[in-house]
Structures are given as C-alpha cells and as structure tokens.
Ligand binder design. Structure first.
Ligand code: ADP
Ligand code: MG
Length: 764
C-alpha cells in the first residue's frame, strides 16, 4: 500500500497516463513484452514503475528501469521515491561509480550500461520481475543491445516458468525499428500509446542562420524577458561550457537579489544556492564517486600519504573564453563584486525596472541536487529561465515552460575511422530533435518556439531523424563486450538497427590483431572467434580496446601512472597547438624547440610524439599545481581545454583501475617525474603492442627506380592501409631522425598551398 501526499496525488491526477493505468497493467499482465509510447512529460518514467509496484511486481523480485543518461537515473529515482513516500533505500539508483541500492531496494533505476554489466554475471536477470527500457528512442548503443538481448532472455525465463516482463518505453518516434523487425520480435509486441495534452506551439524561424548562436540566444532571451508576458524560458545549447557562459551573462543582465523581507531564512537559502554552484560538475561527480564507493574509500585511506591533486583547490583559467570548467565560479565572483556589476548594468538603460530572472543551468554532469532545482518554483516575482543541453529534449521535463529558444545545434561525438579516437563536434540536430524541443513549450498552455535558424536550413540541412549511435561508432569495443558475454556470432545478433557488415568485420579483425580475440579451433570452422584472457582484461577498461591493452600490459610493468597519462593524452584531440605543414623550415615554428627539448634523447626520443605529449601533460600539471597553468599553456603552445580534459580522463581511469585492481593505490600525481630511459623503452613496447596495426616503414632506395620515383618517395613511408606513400607531419619530433619504422596515431590528407599536390600525412 502506498500513501502519497495530497499535493503529489493532485499532480499525478493531472498526468494523462493515470487514466490509462488499468489498460496498461492488463496489457502487461497478459503479454511478456510491451511497447509503451507517449510524448515527453506524459508520465511514463515516473508512473509506470509505481503501477507495477502497486500491482505486486516488487513483492518477490526487483523492478528495474534503465536510462541512457545518468541524469535521468538519479533524478527519476528520487522523484519516484518522493511520490511514493518511500525511502531511497527502497527506490534507488545505480550508475557507474555511484548509487544508493540496498538489500531493501524494490525499484531500481540504473544506466543501461550498468544493466549490461549485470548481464555478464547473471544472464537471465533472475533478480528482476520486470525490466523497463526507458527512452528507447534515444537509441543509445547499450539500450539497443539490451533490446536484442532481452528479446531472448524473456523467452528463456518463460521456459523456466519464471516469467520476466519487458517494457520498452519511448517517445513517439520511430517505433517501427522495434515493431517491424522480424529478427528481433517474431510476434510483434502490443504497442500502447499515451495521449498527451499538447497545446499549440507557434514556431518562429530566424530569417538567417548565424554561426554565433550563443549570442543570438542571449539576445532572444533578453527580448522575450523584456517584452513578452509571464512564462518560463527554456534555451537549448550544445554543451556545459556554453550553458554556463549564457547563465552567467543572463544573471548579470537581470540579477536576482535576495530580499531582506519577511521570510529572510528561506530567501537567503535559495539565493545562496543560486550562487553556490562553483564546482565543476564533473569534479563533483568524481568526488562523490570516490566518497560513495566503499572500495574506493578504503583505497583512499591508503592513498592519502601520496601527493594528489586537491580536487577542491585546483585552479583553471577563469577568463571568459577559457573558463570551460569552472565558469560558475566566476558567477560567484560577479556576486561578491557587486560594484562592477552595478556599473555593467548601467549600459542596459531600461533594465533597472526590469523583473529579475531566475537563471538555472542544466546538463548531464551537473550534480543532481543542482539539477533538481529546475523543478522547483522560481522565487516570487522572478521569471524562470533554464539554459540546457539536449538533456531537456526528452530526459527531463521542466514544468511551466512557455518559450523555447532553440539553437538547432547538438554536440555529438564523432569517431575517427582510422584511429577510433573520438572528438566532439557541433552539428545541426535532426528535424525530429527540433520538434521535440519545440514541444517542450506547449505542456501547460499554448507556447512559442524561437528557432535560431532559417526554415530553409531546417528543410534542407536537418536530417529527418538522428542515426542510431550503433551505426555511427566503431564497434570494436561493443564486439569485445558481446564476445565477453558469450555471444559468438555477433553478426546474427538481433539488433534493432544492425551496424553494417564491414563495421563488424573490421572490428573483429582489429580485435584479433590486438590479441583480444582468437579463432576457435573447431572442425566446422565458421571462422568463429572467442575472447582471450587478455581480451577479458582489456574489456575492463572504459577506453578503446587498443588503449585498454596498453593499460592491461603496463600493470605488469608497474608503469600504470605513465600509461594512464599517455592514454588520456592520446584520447584527447589537439592537445598541442599545431605546427602547420607548410612551415617546413623548422625555425619558423616557435613551439618546435620546446617540443624537441621535451622529446629528450635515447629511448624517450624514440617514443616520439607520445612522449612529447606525456611530458607536456606532466609539465602543465606541475604548472597547474603551482597556479600557473594559463601562462604555461600560452608559452608552450598547449590548449588549456585539452589539458583539463586529459586531467578528467586521468582521474576517471585512475578511479576505475583502483576499483578493479586491488592494491595498486594509483593516484593522479601532478608532480609525476618523467619516466627513466628504461621505462621509456618499455612504454615504447607497450605503445607498439596497442597500435600494431598502424605501422609504417621507410621507403628504401631500392624501391625508387628513377628520378621521378625519387622525387615522389623522398622521405616517404609505406603503410599497409594506404596505397599512396605517407609522410611524417611537420609537427612530429621524429621528422629529423626519420626512423626506419614508425607507429602513427592517424593518417590524414593535407591540402598543400602554392599549387602543391595533396599529401598523406602521419600524425602522432
Ligand atoms: P515522461 O517519462 O513521459 O517523459 P515523466 O514521468 O518524466 O514523463 O514526467 C511526468 C511529469 O512529472 C512531468 O510533468 C514532470 O514535470 C514531472 N516531474 C518529473 N520529475 C519531477 C521532479 N523531480 N519534481 C517535480 N516534478 C517532476
Ligand atoms: Mg521519461
């Protein structure tokens, strides 16, 4: 029996899904698999688990709900606990590094990755009576695989007379991928849709599509706030950095000052809260992660004697352009420095009389208590304005939004086909995405959506729908994980949208080269492969398999701190500011001398550009621990953002290794001494072990038959992947010594100026 408060009960009754409870529960009782669709905000995530609980599904086993985003797993578990008047020990969540699951837990929210890991140990999910795969329309790789796996697990559990229910929940997008796929479901599961009350949303396109959408978004928000009636504003940008910047600008333009009137206590509290989010979200997460994990706690004690970066004190540049991570700390500065704030406001002539704005950021890495502020009522007299990444597109529903400002952009991770190294790029979202965003405005009353792009761009340049992740990424890492779970013929796996055959074959071939997979010696010889013990070790690391192999090998040689640093540095793009290819005269580059100095001599020189990276990171961290990171980066040609990213990745890898390997007591040491000559030699072997498929050999004189060849092949290398000769990039410290054999991180085509022809270049 659930006892809900009056307010909660009233709020629930407004949700369209409440009227459908009986139909939904009857369909679930009669079918093992159902698909439930409904617009964002209709109550799927918060209500269905409660329906199941009240129908007795949690009496003997758990109700499990997966979310593609950590944000949703945490905040939804909290919301459901509150609605049901139950503790977080009963309605709990589990994400990587963090969670509050107990042995009393009945309803468990988790990320899809967490459930996939659980499957490795308990393939039929015996602890659960129901699994809800939420946000299936997001088409995250893990959710896609879970759909495929669960379609079979449900059958297994049926045979055992211990039925497991599967509920696939999604917005009303592309349900056909699940229903029209005969390989996935022989019998099409019933599809229920929840009708949502949607008020009309008036859409305004911009005449032009500007590149500086951040600036446009700011202007639009100012305009709406000054000219248009009451109602919350929701702004979609692409990333944490942009979000924080705009939040700061808007807070400055329409400051909210605490009033010292009647309920001082409360106002003070909320006002403090307003300005207290100075920590970078990620670091908060890491800190929490360390605190929450029991194992890590133990480890922490043994690590305390070792030098560590203080997570509280670490300073990054905080000027407008580069304050990527700590932007909110400058919000704090603005607050304390109210004189200059006053002055700035003078330029907004009619602002004095203007209403304050209650501006809140929203992005995945924001700590969950800060995220949940978007659900609270803004202070009396202030207008709510939420600046968000696309987490507000479908994962979280913010009450009372009337105006949506849509940049039309989204940040996605693109993978380098050659190296598998990923980078983030900003692109246009899809039409479906843009329409979801617009829909956020019409939940409680008619709304307005301002698109910061033209209708022509929308029509011609936006894709209809977003391609599922599984068809965009290299699948090496997925292939390995599936093989680790005993899925031998990945090609036959019932994916909702299968990756193409070439993608799968490339992955298998690369994993064999790495030694993570080996051919199964069987008479039928279906060219089957299975995971090797090395492959098992590799799959434990959250990086590309080639980097996982490097980490696995360095544990043997006690080189982990260096490899962690090197892998982190190699995984981040453009750490060192580029020495361009045209600057063939080496004197022209002002960075090169430092790089050559960092490259050192002997074995370290033979470790080439990765060693330069290792030194660069080492030296910049050292400078950072002395508070001089910014100057250091400027003088030595490093991108401060990249340094910050590398550091995050180092912290993450270090924590993960400490969790999975006992007694290594690894820490992120800002004052790491450079490796010795002998260590550099071992690191070179490790690098080769991970990148053995990317080797090139200098073209020998024998190969050059005439002067024409000599012209073309001079200083050239042969790589098995290329027909053309490849050349060393100008930024490489090995350009002078030109070793007989090299390993490269990537090959790309350059555009040479002065009419010269294109060249294939090796970098890293
Ligand atoms: P769906 O999963 O269909 O998108 P949800 O169950 O997430 O819908 O949300 C239903 C309603 O509950 C929404 O209107 C949302 O605003 C409200 N809601 C969700 N979480 C919270 C919260 N933490 N505080 C207040 N309201 C919330
Ligand atoms: Mg939902």
């Amino acid at each position: 029996h659930v006892e809900r408060s009056k307010e909660i009960q009233a709020a629930r009754l407004k949700l369209p899904i409440l009227g459908e409870e009986q139909v939904i529960m009857e369909t679930i009782n009669e079918n093992s698999i159902i698909i439930l669709t409904g617009e964002t905000g209709s109550g799927k995530t918060t209500q269905v688990p409660q329906f199941l609980y009240e129908a007795g599904y949690a009496e003997k086993k758990l109700i499990g709900i997966t979310e593609p985003r950590r944000v949703a797993a945490i905040s939804m578990s909290k919301r459901v606990a509150t609605e049901m008047n139950l503790g977080t020990d009963v309605v709990s969540y589990l994400i990587r590094f963090e969670g509050n699951v107990t042995n009393k837990t009945k309803i468990k929210f988790m990320t899809d990755g967490v459930l996939l890991k659980e499957l490795e140990n308990d393939f039929t999910l015996t602890k659960y009576s129901v699994i809800i795969l939420d946000e299936a329309h997001e088409r995250s790789v893990y959710t896609d695989i879970l759909v495929g796996l669960l379609s079979r697990i449900v059958l297994l559990r049926e045979k055992r007379n211990d039925p497991l229910k599967l509920i696939i929940m999604s917005a009303t997008l592309r349900v056909e991928d699940f229903t029209k796929n005969k390989k996935l479901f022989k019998n099409v599961p019933p599809v229920l849709s929840v009708e949502t009350r949607q008020f009309p949303v008036t859409i305004h396109f911009n005449k032009h599509t500007f590149d500086n959408y951040e600036e446009e978004a700011y202007k639009k928000a100012v305009k709406i706030h000054r000219k248009l009636p009451e109602g919350g504003i929701l702004i979609f940008l692409t990333g944490q950095h942009e979000v924080n910047n705009l939040v700061r600008k808007l807070r400055k333009a329409f400051p909210y000052h605490r009033t010292d009137e009647t309920n001082t206590e409360k106002t003070k509290e909320s006002s403090d809260a307003h300005y207290s989010d100075s920590e970078d979200g990620d670091e908060m997460d890491m800190k929490k992660a360390i605190q929450n994990s029991k194992k890590a706690k133990k480890k922490l004690r043994s690590m305390l004697s070792l030098p560590q970066i203080s997570l509280d004190n670490y300073k990054l540049p905080t000027d407008d352009t580069d304050a990527d991570l700590l932007d909110d700390s400058s919000i704090k500065d603005d607050d304390s420095d109210s004189d200059s704030e006053e002055e700035d406001n003078l330029s907004f002539v009619d602002l004095k009389s203007s209403q304050p704005m209650w501006v809140l950021p929203l992005y995945s890495l924001l700590p969950s208590d800060k995220q949940s502020r978007v659900f609270e009522k803004p202070p009396e007299g202030a207008r709510l304005c939420v600046v968000s990444t696309n987490v507000a597109e479908t994962s979280l529903t913010i009450p009372n939004i009337k105006y949506v400002i849509d940049s039309g952009r989204v940040k996605t991770r693109l993978y380098d086909k050659v190296t598998g190294v990923s980078s983030f790029v900003v692109t246009f979202t899809s039409k479906a995405g843009a329409n979801q965003r617009a829909g956020r405005a019409g939940r409680t009353a008619p709304g307005y959506c301002y698109r910061l792009y033209s209708s022509a761009v929308y029509e011609n340049e936006f894709d209809d729908i977003t391609v599922p992740d599984i068809q965009k990424k290299p699948v090496d890492d997925l292939m390995l994980q599936m093989k680790c779970m005993g899925i031998d013929k990945v090609i036959n796996f019932p994916f909702p949208s299968p990756p193409d055959l070439v993608q799968l074959q490339t992955a298998e071939y690369k994993l064999k080269l790495l030694g993570a997979l080996e051919a199964v010696e069987s008479s039928k010889s279906d060219k089957l492969t299975k995971v090797t013990p090395l492959g098992q070790a590799i799959s434990a690391f959250p990086v590309a398999p080639r980097f996982g192999k490097m980490l696995a090998l360095s544990h043997q040689q006690s080189l982990l701190p260096y490899t962690v640093c090197m892998v982190a540095a190699l995984s981040v793009q453009e750490v060192l500011i580029e020495v361009s290819q045209e600057q063939t005269n080496e004197k022209k580059s002002k960075w090169l001398p430092t790089r050559i100095k960092w490259a050192g001599a002997g074995n370290s020189l033979l470790l080439g550009d990765p060693f330069v990276l290792l030194r660069a990171v080492g030296e910049s961290e050292y400078a950072g621990s002395e508070g001089k990171l910014k100057e250091f980066c400027e003088t030595n040609g490093l991108r401060p953002k990249a340094v910050a990213e590398i550091r995050k990745l180092r912290v993450q890898l270090t924590n993960e290794i400490n969790l999975s390997l006992n007694d290594v007591g690894l820490c992120v040491d800002p004052k790491m001494v450079p490796p010795t000559d002998h260590q550099a030699k071992l690191l070179r072997q490790i690098l080769l072990a991970g990148m053995g498929d990317q080797v090139a050999k200098k073209i020998s004189d024998d190969e050059m038959k005439d002067s024409d060849d000599r012209q073309r092949f001079k200083y050239g290398y042969r790589s098995p992947e290329m027909e053309e000769p490849v050349f060393m990039h100008a930024s490489s410290v090995l350009r002078k010594s030109k070793p007989e054999w090299v390993i490269y991180q990537e090959i790309f085509e350059t555009d040479l100026k002065n009419g010269a022809s294109k060249k294939m270049c090796m970098r890293g």
